[in-house]
Design a protein around this ligand. Structure first.
Ligand SMILES: Cc1cc2nc3c(=O)[nH]c(=O)nc-3n(C[C@H](O)[C@H](O)[C@H](O)COP(=O)(O)OP(=O)(O)OC[C@H]3O[C@@H](n4cnc5c(N)ncnc54)[C@H](O)[C@@H]3O)c2cc1C
Length: 159
């Protein structure tokens, strides 16, 4: 839905293939208002003519002529290697995919583990990903400094 509206910025000839997913009334009204045609049927493949895309093939045998097709892919952070630390990817609130949730400083739910960049923020571009990494690094250093000071004070208190 979101991507169909984005593509409408680039072309006034956009078709939304629902592939049997239902739109709610508000979404249908928005697509209609932007002149985006909605096709509900199940998509079974692409029609190819002489090695070029000719259209989108539907389960009823019909072909909707199209010059370009874009698929709404999900973004899933490749965070499986964090499973050993007790971290699991969860569904991003936007519905765009799965990520490792962090707080504003990059802290994960596992104490001592931070995450930054696309693994945490699926839509971060290079600037935001790098900034989150730098901020998390500063927070990690602050955490280590605080722990060092706490342990030093405890050592002195025990003497
Ligand atoms: C098609 C596309 C176009 C984009 N265009 C732009 C653009 O024009 N401008 C812009 O600012 N941003 C753009 N971005 C976004 C940009 O790529 C990201 O913001 C940025 O790469 C995020 O950096 P990152 O370090 O968080 O993740 P990544 O760059 O994805 O780095 C993660 C790294 O970890 C590695 N890795 C994964 N698992 C493991 C493991 N188990 N062990 C060791 N290494 C591992 C991966 O191989 C990868 O190298 C684009 C992204 C895409 C997909």
């Amino acid at each position: 839905m979101h991507q169909a509206l984005l593509f409408r910025q680039l072309s006034d000839d956009v078709v939304y293939f629902g592939n049997e997913t239902a739109l709610d009334a508000a979404q249908a009204a928005q697509l209609a208002a932007r002149g985006i045609r909605v096709i509900d049927g199940r998509v079974t493949g692409l029609a190819i003519d002489r090695d070029r895309l000719a259209g989108v093939r539907l389960a009823d045998g019909g072909v909707v002529p199209r010059a370009v097709v874009a698929v709404g892919a999900r973004m899933v952070a490749r965070g499986g290697f964090l499973g050993g630390l007790g971290l699991r990817a969860s569904v991003h609130p936007s519905g765009m995919g799965e990520h490792i949730p962090v707080d504003a400083a990059g802290r994960t739910e596992v104490p001592g583990v931070w995450a930054a960049g696309n693994v945490a923020d699926l839509s971060a571009q290079v600037g935001a990903a790098a900034a989150a990494g730098a901020f998390a690094a500063a927070q990690i250093n602050a955490d280590l400094v605080a722990e060092e000071a706490r342990l030093a004070a405890e050592t002195i208190a025990r003497r």
